[in-house]
Design a protein around this ligand. Structure first.
Ligand code: GSH
Length: 214
């Protein structure tokens, strides 16, 4: 029987958080690798599924495909509400949860895009390094805000583990110097180390960091 969900992924991409979510929820799913180095995310086959041509995307049990990592986290959490990874609409933690999840996706994620791919943000090749350096200072600001916002210990919300923790841990994987990041932001460090101890996260990270087959 076909698995109900299919996740379109690439190594060390924003597919990490949705994939961890699927593992945490223990729901059956297939993985389809989209080779971004070969530009497959811009080819018609993928574009017809996700018109914004970005990874990740998730095919839902009804056959519809959605993109955007934060939307995927919300949809999965709500479809499997018993897990408590996403506070329900009537939960008092819901507004705060939405604020921080959206902020991580809309503010944090794109700063990493600028840090890792500065050439996509300027038409002047000589400006690449300065775009990258500005992104690094924005990252420092972003993680300082996250450090101050963490209300629980070790997790983001006082209630315990949620999708926010998965998302923030994913962002930290893209840091050029995780140790320095954690020294500067001890609450972020405590949270990310705790998430890395979770079997679901470990499993996914191992897959994303495994050497490419020759
Ligand atoms: N807002 C999107 C951003 C996704 C994104 O930018 N993904 C990167 C891979 S990590 C991508 O697909 N980039 C396309 C490109 O560089 O052409 C999300 O949260 O899913």
């Amino acid at each position: 029987m076909l698995a109900p969900y299919t996740l379109f992924w690439e190594r060390l991409s924003g597919a990490i958080a949705p994939q961890v979510m699927l593992e945490e929820l223990d729901v059956s799913h297939c993985l389809v690798h989209v080779d971004m180095t070969a530009g497959d995310h811009r080819q018609e086959a993928y574009r017809s599924l996700n018109p914004v041509m970005r990874i990740p995307a998730l095919r839902l049990p009804d056959g519809k495909v959605i993109g955007e990592s934060s939307a995927i986290m919300l949809v999965l959490g709500e479809a499997h509400a018993g897990s408590d990874l996403v506070p329900a609409p009537d939960d008092p933690d819901r507004p705060e949860f939405l604020f921080w999840l959206t902020s991580m996706a809309a503010n944090g994620y794109p700063i990493f895009s600028r840090a890792w791919h500065p050439e996509q943000f300027t038409t002047n090749a000589e400006a690449n390094e300065s775009v990258r350096q500005r992104a690094e200072s924005h990252l420092a600001e972003f993680f300082a805000v996250m450090d101050g916002a963490i209300a629980g210990s070790p997790y983001f919300l006082a209630r315990g583990f949620t999708a926010l923790d998965i998302y923030l841990a994913m962002l930290s994987e893209w840091s050029a110097d995780r140790q320095a990041l954690f020294e500067a932001n001890p609450h972020v460090g405590e949270l990310c180390r705790a998430v890395r101890e979770r079997p679901a996260y470990r499993k996914v990270l191992e897959m994303h960091t495994a050497p490419l087959a020759a």
